[in-house]
Design a protein around this ligand. Structure first.
Ligand code: PLP
Length: 218
């Protein structure tokens, strides 16, 4: 049996190995521990091991665990990585220090409106539907430029582009495509890579990887 701290170290080593291959600095890649479905106790174990960035998919679930954890560990930063409804904009701004899933202008407008009211403006990623899949979150590739421009003109900082490649196929071409889109739009942050493919994502330029299963499960 390995501990959460051991698994975290293995993943950090994997990130460092991928970075080295790609002649990048490991410090330029942020490990986000995706804690959806995990109890506060397991999250605290990882915080104890030095983990500072966490990700949750659903506002509703995050509200059950995170207000207390964030109060107790003010240095921890929670990332919103799931699909976001505009009517949850205020709750999302209160909870999340970074939001990875801005994929339409109506959502951005809802966030702008609440940001003024709450005086909270976390950095935002524009999520791209990189495999052009029906039912998947993310904007169409043709809409990336417009959304990037809209975020740049908003009170929020643009953190970068985020994507989840299609399941069950080799993800690298999608990581490469997201990196190319980022370059085209002069964006530096790339949130891509999960448990099964974070090393490939790092080699292709990820600046944030979102890892759940590999961190929390033996
Ligand atoms: C669940 C989730 C992850 C983590 O997936 P694992 O395969 O468990 O590492 C990453 N990103 C998003 C958007 C997720 O919903």
């Amino acid at each position: 049996m390995t501990s959460a701290a051991d698994r975290r170290q293995q993943i950090l080593d994997g990130i460092a190995a991928g970075a080295k291959l790609a002649q990048r600095e490991p410090a330029d890649i942020e490990l986000i521990a995706v804690s959806k479905g995990r109890p506060a106790q397991e999250i605290e174990e990882l915080i104890g091991a030095g983990q500072c960035d966490f990700g949750e998919s659903r506002v509703q679930e995050a509200l059950t665990k995170w207000p207390e954890l964030l109060a107790r560990y003010p240095h921890v930063r929670l990332h919103g990585i799931g699909r976001l409804q505009s009517n949850k904009a205020a709750e999302a701004l209160r909870l999340f220090g970074v939001i990875h899933s801005v994929d339409r202008s109506s959502l951005l407008e809802a966030l702008i409106k609440e940001a003024e009211r709450l005086d909270r403006s976390p950095p935002l990623y524009v999520q791209v539907n990189i495999g052009d899949e029906a039912q998947k979150g993310g904007c169409a590739i043709a809409e990336v430029g417009g959304l990037v421009t809209a975020v740049r003109a908003s009170p929020f900082a643009l953190a970068g582009l985020m994507a989840i490649p299609p399941l069950g196929v080799e993800p690298s071409p999608y990581f490469a495509l997201l990196a190319k889109l980022a370059e085209r739009h002069d964006v530096t942050g790339l949130s891509m890579g999960m448990s099964s493919d974070y090393k490939a994502a790092v080699m292709l330029g990820a600046t944030a990887v979102r890892v759940g299963t590999a961190l929390f499960e033996d």
